[in-house]
Design a protein around this ligand. Structure first.
Ligand SMILES: [Zn+2]
Ligand SMILES: [Zn+2]
Length: 182
């Protein structure tokens, strides 16, 4: 593997699996390097409790680095973007416009997760998952759902399977809520 150094401490970054996704972390400043799409995906993982994320954010946070940094991957200058966390917009993450990797200072990844998981959009999704679990526990509803899935055309892409299920799930949820027929 190509060695990647922390853009702040210049020590080698260590690869780890975080919430099921690979990323690189600095053992000194706890900053993380990861692909932008994985950052978006990690925000959606509900595995850690809000209390755990809060503890992680507090433990890892050592201040926002205001200096321009270079992408540890392609060495080009990264662009600063405000962290999309309400109340913490003065913090930044760094984006490489060449390779789409992002650098988050220590604690900022947990902070971004924490903020996102507190939004109504995320809580709605969790509610949908709860309803899906309820549905799966009821053999009759589960059978009707599986039948509806089987009737749909083949998915065109790799994400379509999950998307298709989410779509049907949404339809069933609405049907349950309003008592209307599909
Ligand atoms: Zn570092
Ligand atoms: Zn890059």
């Amino acid at each position: 593997m190509i060695s990647r150094d922390c853009p702040i401490c210049a020590v080698p970054l260590e690869q780890e699996t975080y919430e099921g996704f690979p990323l690189w972390r600095c053992p000194e400043c706890q900053g993380t390097l990861l692909d932008l799409s994985r950052y978006e995906a990690i925000k959606n993982v509900p595995e850690k409790s809000l209390a755990d994320l809060e503890a992680e954010a507090q433990a890892g946070f050592q201040g926002d680095n205001p200096q321009p940094i270079r992408c540890p991957r392609c060495r080009l200058a990264m662009a600063k973007r405000p962290l999309p966390v309400p109340g913490f917009e003065h913090l930044h993450f760094d984006l490489c416009r060449n390779c789409s990797f992002v650098w988050l200072d220590g604690g900022e990844l947990a902070l971004a997760q924490l903020a996102y998981q507190a939004t109504p959009a995320f809580r709605d999704k969790q509610e949908m998952k709860r309803r899906a679990a309820e549905r799966d526990a009821d053999p009759e509803r589960k059978a009707a759902f599986d039948e509806a899935v089987a009737k749909l055309p083949e998915p065109p892409g790799i994400f379509a399977g999950a998307f298709r299920e989410a779509l049907i799930d949404a339809l069933f949820t609405y049907r349950g809520r309003y008592g209307t027929r599909l």
